[in-house]
Design a protein around this ligand. Structure first.
Ligand code: PEP
Ligand code: MN
Length: 254
């Protein structure tokens, strides 16, 4: 069986509601790392709603420590759905186990599979079977080939709606949180049939670098970016240090 991912045939366009990845114009995804309340989500999205295509927000959070906030789970999904309806924007949210795929798919427009789960093959297969568009983050130390073959697990289930997301890889240098592998992202775009976006927030972890990396990603002809925005980053339950305020976001994309 040959990999579908590398077919030279037409590039795949991935539709999420009326938003299309792979059609030329970069897609802007933004929102908080984690959903905390409807008020928090509204305050984060309202000022930027005209500049974004898709809302992001985690309801199931994969955390390094089991004692850190794990997400509002189904309540978080309901909050995302409410905001999505209020702003008429689709939303992407992470699913961390195969068992949760049906629940998350009931609410979400797009399923995010996170870096820590990139090679969770049961999860990839379940996401493939769900038929929902999938945003597949690159693993923290994954080679490009491992990332591509993780995507192949989803495609193998008959679900071609996969968007690859380069979110930074771990290196010897800890000055930035991760190293955003823009060349790797462009390689993915050139050598697979899938749309490719970047995550400059996790990819750098440094606010002053996010704007330049958004521009670099767009200049490379990639298919979009996903950016963390929080109305009150100082009090965010996760990733506050790398989260833009809505005002900072608007400045950064100008
Ligand atoms: C996130 O998007 O908040 C997240 C946890 O991303 P990653 O899996 O890339 O670390
Ligand atoms: Mn985050």
């Amino acid at each position: 069986m040959t990999d579908m991912l590398f077919k030279d045939s037409e590039k795949i366009k991935v539709k999420v509601g009326t938003v299309v990845f792979g059609e030329g114009a970069p897609v802007m995804i933004a929102g908080p790392c984690a959903v905390e309340s409807i008020e928090q989500l509204r305050a984060s999205i309202e000022p930027i709603k005209d500049k974004i295509d898709i809302i992001r927000g985690g309801a199931f959070k994969p955390r390094t420590s089991p004692y850190s906030f794990q997400g509002l789970k189904e309540e978080g999904l309901k909050i995302l759905k409410k905001a999505s309806e209020e702003f008429s924007l689709p939303f992407v949210t992470e699913v961390v186990t195969a068992e949760d795929v049906l629940l998350v798919a009931k609410y979400a427009d797009m399923l995010q599979i996170g870096a820590r789960n990139m090679q969770n093959f049961a999860l990839l297969t379940a996401a493939g079977k769900s038929g929902k568009p999938v945003l597949l983050k690159r693993g923290i130390s994954a080679t490009l080939d491992e990332w591509f073959h993780a995507a192949e697990y989803v495609l193998k289930e008959g679900n071609q709606n996969v968007v690859l997301c380069e979110r930074g890889i771990r290196s010897f240098d800890t000055t930035t949180r991760n190293v955003l592998d823009l060349a790797g992202a462009v390689f993915a775009k050139q050598n697979t049939c899938l749309p490719v976006i970047t995550d400059p927030s996790h990819g750098t972890g440094v606010k002053s670098l996010i704007g330049p990396m958004i521009k670099a990603s767009n200049a490379c002809g990639l298919d979009g970016v996903i950016v963390e925005v929080h109305a009150d980053p100082g009090n965010a339950v996760s990733d506050g240090a790398q989260s833009f305020t809505p005002e900072e976001f608007l400045k950064a994309i100008n």
